[in-house]
Design a protein around this ligand. Structure first.
Ligand code: GTP
Ligand code: NA
Ligand code: MG
Length: 298
């Protein structure tokens, strides 16, 4: 990519951690909404993608589930983002999916910021969390290491400003850039067949700008973007780098994690999707099988 065409883009942050440690609550507090109230059984079962404004700067968050069944979603989350927020409940400490999240973030080569959550609880023990994480090579700056630990409470809002500031400082060091003036490229975050609207895919635009009317492929699916809806439910005409957006108009439901591309025309989009299908038939069958066994769990 030519240096001159690169422009600053917002950081994309993956929120990971053990089940019920407060990932969605933390994002609710940051966004001042109540997503957790709408979740069946309080268990996140998909990736939620949201952009927030902090002092005129944008941050995009991907919320991931902590339930052990969703390893693939955590891995995809880590692989699509710049920084991981590792949420650890101060009363519970390091748990199996905390450790798993650390390994995904390390494998993806992304920076980890630790949010020690639920500090409002009488049984909260921040120092114990720091101690436990030293065993996973995450050493707090005040303990001589280089991992930022931010004590927070999603319930009271304590520490949230510190967390956002730490995210922005960490992002500044990364000097995140993308070219907005090219055909869009990104990743499918999740997708489903909607009864009224047909295939609906949430995509994260990573490079370029996606427009209504663009010809696209997503794995073995293709189509023309008929409409786009942002994370606030508004119809939008375009989506810039680091923006999550729902798109309508695909021929079929793509798998999460697939690469999403805008093409010159209908023909190239279709032939790209067909080639992809021919090359990945076995892998796609395997994914359908594992998805069916996941659906049995819930
Ligand atoms: P999964 O997505 O299912 O892995 O859970 P999660 O990490 O998103 O946790 P969630 O936000 O659903 O919160 C789990 C429970 O912890 C809920 O009952 C929340 O109300 C509670 N909780 C979250 N943050 C805090 C906090 O800071 N303090 C207290 N006291 N409770 C919290
Ligand atoms: Na939960
Ligand atoms: Mg959740």
């Amino acid at each position: 990519e030519e240096e001159a065409s690169l422009k600053d883009r917002p950081p994309v942050i993956c929120v990971m951690g053990h089940v019920d440690h407060g990932k969605t609550s933390l994002l609710d507090t940051i966004r001042k909404t109540h997503v957790t109230d709408r979740e069946a059984g309080g268990i996140t079962q998909h990736i939620g993608a949201y952009t927030v404004d902090v002092d005129g700067r944008k941050i995009t968050f991907l919320d991931t589930p902590g339930h052990e069944a969703f390893t693939a979603m955590r891995m995809r989350g880590a692989n699509s983002t710049d920084i991981a927020i590792l949420v650890v409940a101060a009363d519970d400490g390091v748990m199996p999916q905390t450790v798993e999240a650390i390994s995904h973030a390390k494998a993806a080569g992304i920076e980890i910021v630790v949010a020690v959550n639920k500090i409002d609880k009488p049984s909260a023990n921040i120092e114990r969390v720091k101690q436990e994480l030293t065993e996973h090579e995450l050493i707090a700056t005040d303990w001589g290491g280089n991992t930022e630990f931010v004590p927070v409470s999603a319930k009271t809002g304590d520490g949230i400003d510190d967390l956002l500031e730490t995210i922005l400082l960490t992002a500044d060091i990364l000097e995140l850039k993308a070219n907005p003036d090219r055909r869009a490229r990104g990743l499918v975050i999740e997708a489903e067949l909607d009864k009224g609207r047909g295939p609906v895919a949430t995509v994260l635009v990573q490079k370029g700008t996606l427009h209504v009317g663009d010809f696209v492929s997503a794995g073995a699916c293709h189509g023309k973007v008929r409409a786009m809806i942002d994370d606030k439910g508004r119809r939008v005409k375009e989506a810039a780098p680091s923006t999550p957006v729902e798109i309508l108009g695909l021929s079929d439901v793509p798998s999460a994690g697939e690469v999403f591309l805008a093409h010159e025309n209908d023909k190239t989009a279709k032939s790209y999707a067909e080639t992809y299908l021919a090359q990945n038939k076995e892998k796609m069958l395997e994914e359908t099988r594992s998805k069916m066994s996941l659906d049995d769990l819930f």
